[in-house]
Design a protein around this ligand. Structure first.
Ligand SMILES: NC(=O)c1ccc[n+]([C@@H]2O[C@H](COP(=O)([O-])OP(=O)(O)OC[C@H]3O[C@@H](n4cnc5c(N)ncnc54)[C@H](OP(=O)(O)O)[C@@H]3O)[C@@H](O)[C@H]2O)c1
Length: 376
């Protein structure tokens, strides 16, 4: 048994060495991955096979990261997981690839050498690093601009074939949100350093462990079912997109060479007025909600106070601004459909995500009894 296991490991290591030699010679091209890797491809195309893609996924410990790693692992990719925390941060990612396919690597965004080391053997790099709020150590500029530039430059130096950089929908240097301003500048820096990078701008992403549906669900404990939403949510339009679709979009971008140098906007199939969306969330949860519009200054004052939290601030003034900004897709910019993904409707996924917020009396009620939310 042990001999059999050792033989299996030897084959894997030999295979990995073969891939790295190809990458070092710069011959692996993800667009051609299927072609070039015909020599390297092993297996029938599942998790235990090898596709020829060696991907470094920065930000894989986050919400979107686990879905991207899973989808890449499912098609037999080798994945480098750069970590800045401890090894437990990637524990949940380990079963997403076959033995030896998921490789953790310590790095720090301000340590250029560690970033270079993380991309050295990869033909694909996905940059998911982002932060909703600023911390003492990292301001938006350092994460979304400097960090993105360092990763893009390291990719160029290492001869990486494909870089997929995550920005955000409505990233704009003139946005009222500092987060979106820094995302826009980050895009420019990435394009300067790595002109063929593919930029992905997702709308608000929902799924298990998200910070969108779960945020509104987390307000369910407020007295008298009062849910604070500026202007009662009448002026904000959202295009929420499912995280599984976003991850599949990334995998499809990697396997399609024509997506290099393009910008994609990953948005959901339907637009909702925030008012209807919040009502729907509470409808699925079988809970009452009364939308109230606190004065903007009062809401901002609360957000300012919460910013002082020494723990994760679930609300800051910038998050408040973004919550009430409309998602606007740019006409003519390619979307998920252009890489072969049909985005799921919110009502197809809302129940499994929100069921946990129901009380026990309604826990088992099925989706058939629920209406779809109004579309705007
Ligand atoms: N989720 C959304 O609705 C949404 C919408 C639009 C755009 N986006 C963008 O999509 C990307 C992925 O989003 P997400 O929801 O997965 O974000 P997330 O859950 O907050 O995860 C962010 C990832 O970035 C890493 N990170 C943050 N600051 C870092 C730093 N200073 N140095 C090194 N790593 C750092 C985190 O590492 P640690 O685990 O070590 O903290 C984590 O792996 C981000 O760029 C985000 O801005 C997300």
């Amino acid at each position: 048994m042990a001999t059999c296991g050792n033989a299996f490991l030897r084959i894997r290591y030999r295979l990995a060495g073969q891939v790295l030699r190809y990458v070092d010679r710069g011959t692996v091209n993800c667009g051609q991955a299927r072609h070039v890797s015909s020599e390297m491809e092993r297996g029938a195309g599942g998790r235990s096979s090898f596709s020829g893609v060696v991907a470094t996924v920065f930000g894989s410990t986050g919400f979107v990261g686990r879905y991207v790693v899973n989808r890449l692992g499912r098609v037999g990719s080798q994945i480098v997981v750069p970590l800045r925390g401890d090894e437990h941060d990637y524990r949940h990612l380990r079963p997403m690839g076959d033995l030896g396919q998921i490789t953790p690597l310590e790095y720090h965004l301000k340590d250029v050498e560690s970033v270079k080391k993380a991309v050295r053997h990869s033909n694909v790099v996905v940059n998911l690093v982002g932060r909703d709020y600023e911390t003492w150590n990292f301001k938006y500029r350092e994460v979304h601009e400097e960090g993105a530039r360092v990763i893009a430059e390291a990719c160029r130096e290492a001869g990486v074939q494909r870089l997929i950089h995550f920005s955000a929908l409505n990233a704009d240097p003139h946005s009222p949100s500092s987060f979106l301003q820094s995302k826009a500048r980050g895009e420019e820096l990435v394009k300067e350093a790595f002109p063929t990078a593919t930029i992905v701008r997702p709308a608000d992403i929902y799924g298990h462990e998200d910070r969108f549906l779960s945020f509104y669900a987390s307000l369910r404990g407020f007295p008298f079912h009062l849910i604070p939403v500026l202007d009662r949510g009448n002026l904000t339009h959202k295009l929420p997109v499912y995280v599984g679709d976003v991850a599949q979009g990334v995998v499809n971008i990697i396997s399609d060479q024509t997506t290099a140098s393009k910008t994609f906007e990953f948005v959901g199939p339907h637009s909702f007025v925030l008012r209807d969306l919040v009502r729907y969330i509470y409808h699925v949860m079988y809970r009452q909600c009364v939308l109230v519009s606190p004065p903007r200054w009062a809401y901002r004052l609360v957000a300012r106070t919460l910013e002082l939290s020494p723990f994760v601030p679930h609300m800051t003034r910038d998050i408040l601004t973004r919550l009430h900004l409309s998602n606007k897709a740019t006409p003519g910019v390619p979307r998920l459909e252009d890489v072969g993904v049909s985005p799921l409707a919110l009502e197809d996924k809302a129940l499994p995500i929100l069921r946990r917020y129901r009380d026990f009396l309604h826990f088992d009620r099925s989706l058939d009894e629920l209406e779809a939310p109004n579309k705007s």
